[in-house]
Design a protein around this ligand. Structure first.
Ligand code: ADP
Ligand code: MG
Length: 350
């Protein structure tokens, strides 16, 4: 389907713009269901700059995908509603743009990669055709030129024998290779930002690392911003610059990646870290955070994590903790660090 908007050039970039590529501010998303209102995203703030990788981490149901879908503009509204918030792309709020302006950004300057390549690719079209389609529709290239570019892209994402495989169908590729094809699709128009939602979750552990490394290499090469959504702290350690941990629709901790591993400042993050399998603990039973994330129709009062928290006290059952700036004991600033725990000081000291 080609529309005039699709073929129009991307907006002229304002070269003087210096801020982050994407900034989500106080974003709220709710779902109006028969059983009530589910507040899936509750005042989320995050930002990502060119050349930077933000990992968004949290158990299933914490609002990671809904936030990303709001950014991409692919939420079904209704049932979803965005009662508050801003989604700034290069300083301009996409929630308040015309549909036409938005279309020029989404898909072209922001691309998304999903967990399940098999359901994102069309099973009856060759991968070369689907990759080439990006170039034919958006750049107006001929069939032949588009195919050449498709092969180039398949090479780029290290699919062996790209020229020989360009006419193969999605099911003829392994899961890892299919995910590389999804990465190629996302890269095709050289976006400024890629949002990858659990891009390796469906893959075997060894393949996960290869695909993650590829994504990280390409991100550096193209100086893109990357938002990496995952429930698995283990896979992002080597590739992310900073992490935002989500729980029940809120960001409960933010930190540069190495700081978060070394000194978590929220009991939930600590629990996630303790749940990562470690080679030096073979045979021992793996720690798991007790209980389950809350039903968002009935989020507990106070800190949503309190029923599962080993450190919860009375205040945790009544007052929602704001995201406190996390500092050194002497008050020295720790840039980029925040914790939504009443007892972040005690937590960071272990
Ligand atoms: P995750 O962190 O696993 O990506 P999601 O962002 O997909 O979580 O979902 C967060 C919550 O939003 C879900 O637990 C659910 O309560 C709610 N939600 C998501 N999509 C819908 C929908 N279409 N209708 C109602 N509620 C939804
Ligand atoms: Mg998700």
């Amino acid at each position: 389907m080609t529309t005039i908007e699709d073929t129009a050039p991307a907006p002229v970039s304002d070269e003087s713009y210096q801020g982050p590529l994407l900034e989500v501010r106080d974003l709220h998303v709710e779902f109006h269901t028969r059983d009530g209102v589910a507040r899936a995203v509750n005042g989320v703030n995050y930002s990502v700059s060119a050349g930077e990788t933000l990992a968004v981490l949290g158990e299933s149901g914490s609002g990671k995908s809904v936030t990303a879908q709001a950014v991409m503009g692919i939420l079904d509204m209704p049932p979803a509603k965005i009662p508050r918030g801003e989604i700034l792309f290069r300083g301009q709020d996409m929630l308040r743009m015309s549909a036409e302006e938005r279309r020029k950004i989404r898909g072209r300057r922001i691309a998304m990669i999903f967990q399940d390549a098999l359901s994102s690719l069309n099973p009856v079209l060759s991968v070369g055709y689907q990759l080439g389609e990006m170039f034919r529709i958006h750049l107006g290239l001929s069939k032949k030129e588009a195919k050449a570019r498709a092969i180039e892209l398949m090479d780029r994402v290290k699919i062996p024998g790209a020229a020989a495989r360009v006419n193969d169908y999605p099911h003829q590729f392994s899961g890892g290779m299919r995910q590389r094809i999804m990465i190629a699709m996302a890269l095709a128009l050289e976006p400024d930002l890629i949002i990858a939602d659990e891009p390796t979750t469906a893959l075997d552990v060894t393949v996960q690392a290869q695909v993650m490394d590829l994504l990280a290499d390409l991100q550096r090469e193209y100086n893109m911003g990357l938002i990496l959504i995952t429930h698995d702290l283990g896979v992002v350690a080597d590739v992310a610059d900073k992490i935002a941990v989500m729980y029940a629709g809120r960001i409960v901790e933010t930190a540069p990646v190495h700081e978060l591993y070394k000194r978590p400042a929220h009991p939930y993050t600590r629990g996630l870290l303790d749940s990562i399998p470690r080679l030096d603990q073979k045979g021992q039973e793996l720690y798991a955070i007790k209980g389950l994330p809350p039903n968002l129709l009935r989020t507990p009062a106070g800190c949503a994590f309190n029923p599962r928290c080993p450190k919860a006290e009375d205040i945790c059952r009544t007052d929602v903790p704001p995201l406190h700036p996390v500092t050194e004991p002497d008050g020295a600033e720790l840039p980029g660090r925040g914790s939504a725990c009443h007892f972040w000081k005690e937590t960071i000291r272990g």
